[in-house]
Design a protein around this ligand. Structure first.
Ligand code: DGL
Length: 287
């Protein structure tokens, strides 16, 4: 089973792409919708919330967890990987689970953007925390020091999406304002550095025009995970073993998804159902 974590609905975009690319696995989705949005919070708080989410997957013995959230991947993942997965002697009891893998979304997306760009001008939109972290810029410059970048925080988009307002004219005019400096920068590639944003991919494309490649995390993450599992058959084989899940009957058969959230499961289920086009019954969990 593969764990997927986001602050709310955003990780559903990654889940959709993963199920298309890797339908044979079971997935456990966690949306921390009680505390969404993460992106306007301090790095310390984002790390604390992300660590609690990681414990949730560790306790369920999930061998591979994906932070399907740019904010958590940018701000919390490097130090959590360091704490739990690379340091065998830390005193925290959960640290004994050093064989677990936790992956984020930044590196696969940065790698894909470098392959796409021709004019070496890449813009990034994301939450305030992701943009302030400069995580994308760091990865892009590691891959090609000549890349020119521009980051733009779009803090109002996640609340609009969580409210289901993303296709209203108000959302479009807010997005137009956010994208104005990016249009002046004239990139040929725009990274949607927040997993919520693909939910309004069409609006981004419409405003940016046909010359700009609007790149979202979901397919990049799915391709990169498929490649990673090919190169690591020892992890691939662990994913098919049954785990201690919230809904154990769901793990008996391959290709199932267990949805969990931290608040208002009916609302979560309704949104997920609409977005994924299938029946969703989310279960509430405490972190
Ligand atoms: N979907 C998330 C991301 O990719 C989090 C958004 C938020 O909670 O602010 O950054």
């Amino acid at each position: 089973m593969i764990g997927l974590f986001d602050s709310g609905y955003g990780g559903l975009t990654v889940l959709k792409a993963l199920r298309k690319r890797l339908p044979q696995y079971d997935y456990l989705y966690l949306g921390d919708n009680l505390r969404v949005p993460y992106g306007s919070r301090s790095p310390e708080t984002i790390r604390e919330f992300s660590e609690e989410a990681l414990h949730f997957f560790f306790k369920k013995n999930i061998p591979l967890t994906i932070f399907a959230c740019n904010t958590a991947s940018a701000v919390a993942l490097p130090c959590l990987q360091e704490k739990y997965l690379r340091t065998p002697n830390v005193t925290d009891s959960v640290a004994s689970l050093a064989d677990k893998k936790v992956l984020g979304v930044i590196i696969p997306v940065a790698e894909k953007a470098i392959k796409i760009t021709k004019n070496k001008r890449i813009a990034i939109v994301g939450t305030r925390a992701t943009i302030n972290s400069k995580a994308y810029e760091k990865e892009l410059h590691k891959l090609d020091p000549n890349i020119k970048t521009l980051g733009q925080a779009c803090p109002l988009l996640v609340p609009l999406i969580e409210e289901g307002w993303h296709h209203k004219p108000e959302a479009r005019s807010i997005l137009k304002k956010y994208l104005a400096p990016i249009k002046d920068f004239a990139p040929d590639t725009l990274i949607l550095g927040c997993t919520h944003y693909p939910i309004m991919h069409d609006v981004f494309e419409d405003i940016m025009g046909t010359r700009v490649h609007v790149l979202d995390s979901s397919t990049a993450v799915a391709d990169s995970l498929a490649d990673y599992l090919n190169r690591h058959p020892e992890i691939e084989s662990q994913l098919t073993k049954s785990s201690d899940t919230t809904n154990s009957s769901a793990s008996a058969k391959l290709g199932t998804v267990t949805f969990t959230c931290t608040d208002a499961p009916e609302r979560f289920s309704e949104f997920a159902q609409k977005f994924l086009g299938e029946r969703v019954i989310a279960e509430i969990v405490k972190l």
